[in-house]
Design a protein around this ligand. Structure first.
Ligand code: PEP
Ligand code: MN
Length: 338
């Protein structure tokens, strides 16, 4: 249930609403808003609570039910788009954000060369995994803290922001120490203790869609982070499992506009993990931008054939540079810039 306060409602009125919510055994989340405060009433049985209980209170404009199971990520709760600001970079604004780098940090040389290209193309965010969720226990598991240190060095050299995956609650302190943006991988989208833990930080979080998750499940996962008090959630569509096996996963490009309809959160596209092969990455990247995504996260490698993870889907520097040129025109066709 959502309680919209009147324009100019005073603190005492908002406090009285909060008190009433608590008396009824529910919890709340307040979005102070620019003009009007909105209060979400949260709890298991809010559906059984009569809206009149709140409508009668002073300063309340209207009370609405959210029929959807996701709440804080819903556009019913917060109308304007969420724009996440990190330094002078904005995610979810007019400008689309490009994040690129290797699947895994492998060495200084490898990461620095990627960082230099990302910077030279005018982009602001460098990706690189240090804790890697590998399907096989025999695959390369990432450089862990040594990888985070290399990422931090690349940031110091280039000024790029760092996005890197946090895989487990116990890795969060060290990962958050180095990262500008945390990534929750597809396999962890429903790791609720991890979502709650990143919700207690204020670090922006790229929340990848679970590859078998519905939109509702994905937005409820976002609610876990938002409910912890961290408003900085960036959704990332990275492909889902379908009957089609012609690409590694199936990019659900349609979800971009559906998310824009139902949620205020920014959404980016990961064409690399969806495609699974470098030959198909560029067209999915172009589709994501054309669909109105707020940015892309792409895997690149100075020598994909030698990559320790996801080499098949990593773009060479020349292919990434070519794609980069193509995306500008597509962005401007949808009234955005890159
Ligand atoms: C990655 O970004 O390298 C990764 C493992 O992504 P996903 O969780 O989408 O598979
Ligand atoms: Mn990868």
């Amino acid at each position: 249930m959502i309680i919209e306060m009147k324009k100019g409602a005073v603190t005492g009125e908002i406090e009285a609403v909060k008190k009433r919510i608590e008396e009824l055994g529910f919890s709340y989340y307040v979005n102070p808003g620019k003009d009007v405060a909105v209060i979400a009433v949260l709890g298991k049985n809010t559906g059984e609570c009569d809206t009149q209980v709140f409508e009668a209170l002073s300063g309340v404009e209207r009370v609405m039910r959210i029929e959807k199971p996701f709440k804080l990520s819903s556009r019913r709760f917060k109308e304007p788009n969420t724009i996440i600001t990190i330094g002078d970079v904005q995610i979810g604004g007019q400008e689309m954000v490009m994040m690129a780098g290797p699947c895994s940090v492998e060495s200084k040389d490898q990461l620095f060369s990627c960082a230099e290209l990302v910077k030279n193309l005018g982009y602001r965010v460098l990706r690189g995994g240090a804790f890697k969720p590998r399907t096989s226990p025999f695959g390369f598991q990432g450089m862990k803290e040594d990888g985070l240190k290399i990422l931090a060095e690349a940031r110091a050299k280039t000024g790029l922001l760092i996005v890197t995956e946090v895989m487990a609650v116990e890795d969060l302190p060290v990962t958050a120490e180095y990262a500008d943006i945390l990534q929750i991988g597809t396999r962890n989208m429903q790791n609720y203790p991890l979502l709650a833990a990143v919700g207690k930080t204020q670090k922006p979080v790229v929340l990848k869609r679970g590859f078998a998750a519905t939109m509702e499940e994905w937005l409820m996962a976002a609610d876990w982070i938002l409910n912890g008090g961290n408003p900085n959630v960036i959704l990332c569509e990275r492909g889902i499992r379908t009957f089609s096996n012609c690409t590694r996963f199936t990019l659900d490009v349609g979800i971009v506009s559906v998310i824009k309809h139902f949620s205020h959160l920014p959404i980016i596209i990961d064409p690399s993990h969806a495609a699974g092969h470098w030959q198909y990455v560029s067209s999915l990247a172009r589709a994501g931008i054309a669909a109105g995504a707020d940015g892309l996260i792409i895997e690149i490698h100075p020598n994909p054939q030698k990559a320790l993870s996801d080499g098949a889907q990593s773009l060479t520097f020349s292919d990434f540079t070519r794609l980069s040129g193509e995306l500008k025109g597509i962005a401007s066709a949808v009234d955005r810039s890159i």
